[in-house]
Design a protein around this ligand. Structure first.
Ligand SMILES: [Zn+2]
Ligand SMILES: [Zn+2]
Length: 109
């Protein structure tokens, strides 16, 4: 029972850290080292959150959670995929398969 509580508390801490990382990212002006950050899309059909992390935040997260998949800061599920944010129209779309923005057709930078 104690172990279950620990796991629950650990999960809550991860979610809180992820949310504050995203909130900080939104408040911060463009990061000089990684101006566009890394974008992610939650694949949970009832969530579909789009969120960004700077390369530094991502590096810190992976250092602290080695080998773990990145969780969605909104729903906590780990089925998130890498995405691109269109610098022209702001659309966030899955990275990899598409080479251009599905909305305006501009390729990612
Ligand atoms: Zn989600
Ligand atoms: Zn676009």
């Amino acid at each position: 029972m104690n172990r279950d509580r620990l796991i629950l508390a650990g999960g809550a801490v991860v979610v809180v850290i992820a949310i504050s990382a995203v909130a900080m990212r939104w408040h911060a002006a463009n990061n000089a080292n990684f101006p566009h950050g890394t974008w992610w899309i939650c694949q949970n059909p009832s969530c579909k959150a789009e969120f960004s992390m700077s390369s530094r935040e991502l590096g810190q997260w992976h250092a602290a959670h080695y080998g773990d998949p990145l969780p969605c800061p909104k729903c906590g599920q780990t089925n998130v995929i890498r995405a691109e944010k269109c610098q022209n129209c702001g659309t966030v779309y899955p990275a990899g398969g598409t080479v251009a923005c599905p909305h305006c057709g501009r390729p990612p930078e």
